[in-house]
Ligand binder design. Structure first.
Ligand code: SAM
Length: 246
């Protein structure tokens, strides 16, 4: 079973964000154990201070290294190697491929920063990974931790009812997902593409793949440039080019 420990000043945020839906059920079913650990419990002194002024001056407060080191030592199990993940805007960009790799691990320890960030010794000597969830700055690492947990837990075997849907997700094979429709067949003059009502599974599969190729090429040319395309994909792209030039 995967264990995820989240070291944070705000354990309530993690508890609230992991209580419901697929992540909540995965815990009940024993697929994952999620623990929210209060960083302050590992701080010393009467005031259990977890932050201090930056050396060299400057605005704001920096989170002290010692509580993080002690909290990680508390969480670690001697028999299981842990990935120790620090969230920072300077980290490696989080992707579906990273989520897939983390879903194979047995123990993840997530370190949430706040204020001006975390003393750099945590990044240099404690963390095994530094992850950013995007090119913007949040107030703390709790939302990144919840994003990581949500995306990893849904990949665990047994977590979702129809695992086939994981294969057709956006990014699963380097392309965006195809558009989905459900009833009604027509709503305010907006119709479902007729091929989806045809019952012809081969034609539906071709249409869906073509849509994946079209959407990824249009919306995410960066992903499209890196995608591994099959001979069939090249044929579908040719068909797309022909229909667009008409
Ligand atoms: C206000 S941010 C610190 C920003 C830092 N001074 C900088 O300029 O990079 C506080 C904490 O929020 C979390 N955080 C903010 N934005 C993030 C992002 N894009 N990805 C991952 N973590 C983020 C990190 O844990 C970070 O230590």
């Amino acid at each position: 079973m995967l264990t995820i420990d989240v070291i944070t000043l705000f354990p309530e945020v993690i508890e609230a964000g992991t209580r419901y839906s697929i992540v909540g059920r995965a815990q009940e079913w024993g697929l994952v154990q999620i623990r929210a650990i209060q960083l302050r419990d590992f701080a010393e002194g009467k005031h259990r201070k977890t932050d201090d002024e930056p050396y060299g001056g400057g605005a704001g407060l920096v989170m002290k290294p010692e509580p993080f080191f002690r909290a990680v030592e508390f969480c670690r199990r001697p028999d299981v190697p842990a990935r120790i993940i620090l969230f920072e805007p300077q980290g490696v960009l989080y992707t579906q491929a990273v989520a897939q790799a983390l879903a194979e691990e047995q123990h993840l320890i997530l370190l949430c920063g706040h204020y001006e960030g975390v003393d750099a010794r945590v990044r240099d000597y404690l963390a095994t990974d530094v992850i950013s969830i995007g090119d913007y700055v949040l107030t703390g690492g709790e939302l990144p931790a919840l994003i990581l947990i949500d995306s990893v837990v849904r990949l665990l075997p047994g977590a979702i009812h129809s695992p086939e849907s994981l294969v057709q997700d956006s990014y699963a094979d380097g392309l965006l997902g195809y558009p989905q429709y459900t009833r009604p067949e027509e709503f305010r003059g907006m119709r479902v593409p007729p091929v989806l009502l045809s019952g012809n599974h081969q034609a539906i599969a071709r249409w869906r793949r073509k849509e994946q190729l079209r959407l990824t090429r249009t919306l995410r040319p960066d992903l499209f440039a890196r995608a591994c395309l099959t001979k069939e994909d090249l044929k579908l792209l040719q068909e797309l080019a022909e229909s667009e030039s008409r």
